[in-house]
Design a protein. Sequence first.
Length: 98
Amino acid sequence: MATLTLTVEVTDTEQAALLNDLSDINEWLQGAMDGKKSNCWKRMQQEWTTKLMNDASFTDSIPSNQADFVALITARADYLSRPDKDAAQAASLAAMGE
């Protein structure tokens, strides 16, 4: 995966409203994203460490660094990203309605 650059569009009106509370919109946005990345990493690490420890077929060591851990997890056949989970759930609900 390549580095992802995100762009947020803010109208003049929205910018004025944000600046009523924030001294630096970009700084706040970067901090919010840093917090979200950290929380998502912690949840992924906790969820998958437990799954790996309970998987009798997994006998390798669990990587101690983030990049190797994420690579291991996302390469597994039982891994689903959030969009994949949402699509599977929607398909399941659709099948139930048939």
